[in-house]
Design a protein around this ligand. Structure first.
Ligand SMILES: NC(=[NH2+])NCCC[C@H](N)C(=O)O
Length: 304
């Protein structure tokens, strides 16, 4: 029996438990890690966190995000909760990527995060999610650099966190599945220690709609989005700068239903004018201080 038929039969029997080659299809299952333990005692300078970082408030803000995610109908799978000093492991978007055929275990560009992919691999093995492949050193790819433009097209930002070796490995793993992988150069922006991912400058809101900060988008990526008829909503420039880019980091729980960081009314109004429903949570201590927003704090396992 062809593989696709066998998978369909299995899904009918068991209910689909993983798979996602879309950025905005309804979120059904997601991997997260509690901030209370992981960020406990984190040293601001070591992690490149801003002066607003406060581990206790970050934990509360993370809890508020988890409540919004759960209320959207997604079930949350928690990574092992431990005070292992891996403060950035709360940003579960980055160490792995989901496909309809299983998870890709990635390889981190930020040295302090190198061991995080093994936490994801352990969680997937517990959850029964197959591993499609692994990115190996010297290749690096972080999930925040990966954007599904559609189910057959993956865009990857090449920058401080993701290199050409890594992009080539992902292309080798995905091209037998009929998926095209495109690499796009990112600017250096605030330097090698700061976090600028491809997802820092775009948040898909639906299959045909995305929130962008166009001045920092790779030009060829911008042209691809336009050529594919994806409508672009411009995030307000001042709010983008004030928030260190977090005003743009928006998590869709379904097409045009999103969770955003509170405090950026112009960006919110632009999304609402494009037909989106926007929920927000306070995230100064967790997101703005630590360079990662609601998309970064979630690794979708099943979107359908
Ligand atoms: N997907 C993301 N944008 N993740 C943000 C990660 C933030 C984290 N502090 C880091 O520097 O790695």
């Amino acid at each position: 029996m062809p593989l696709a038929r066998r998978e369909d039969d299995l899904n009918l029997q068991t209910g689909k438990m993983f798979g996602s080659q879309s950025m905005a299809a309804p979120l059904k299952r997601v991997l997260m890690r509690r901030a209370g333990s992981a960020m406990h005692g984190a040293d601001r300078e070591t992690w490149h966190y801003g002066p607003g970082f406060d581990a206790e408030r970050a934990a509360k803000q993370h809890q508020a995000l988890a409540e919004l995610v759960a209320a959207s109908g997604a079930s949350i799978e928690w990574l092992d909760d431990a005070q292992d000093g891996l403060a950035d492991s709360v940003f579960t978007h980055d160490p792995s990527l989901m496909t309809d055929h299983g998870a890709l275990i990635l390889s981190m560009g930020k040295a302090l995060r190198r061991t995080e992919p093994s936490l994801h691999e352990a969680a997937y093995s517990r959850m029964g999610v197959p591993i499609l492949g692994r990115v190996e050193e010297p290749g690096t790819v972080e999930g925040g650099d990966c954007v599904w433009v559609d189910a057959k097209t993956l865009a990857i930002g090449r920058g401080v966190r993701t290199n050409q070796h890594g992009i080539q490995q992902v292309a080798n793993l995905l091209s037998p599945l009929g998926i095209e992988v495109y690499g796009y150069d990112l600017p250096l922006w605030h330097g090698e220690d700061a976090c600028l991912h491809l997802m820092s400058v775009i948040s898909p809101l639906a299959d045909d709609l995305a929130l962008v900060y166009a001045p920092l988008l790779p030009a060829a990526f911008y042209q691809m989005l336009k050529a594919r008829g994806i409508k672009l909503v411009e995030g307000d420039a001042e709010e983008f700068h004030l928030s260190h880019g977090l005003s743009l980091n928006v998590l869709p729980t379904a097409p045009r239903k999103v969770i955003a960081v509170a405090g950026f009314p112009k960006t919110r109004a632009a999304m609402e004018a494009a037909g989106c429903t926007v929920e927000t949570f306070e995230a100064d201590a967790l997101c703005i201080a630590c360079e990662g927003g609601p998309t970064c704090l979630t690794r979708p396992v099943l979107r359908q």
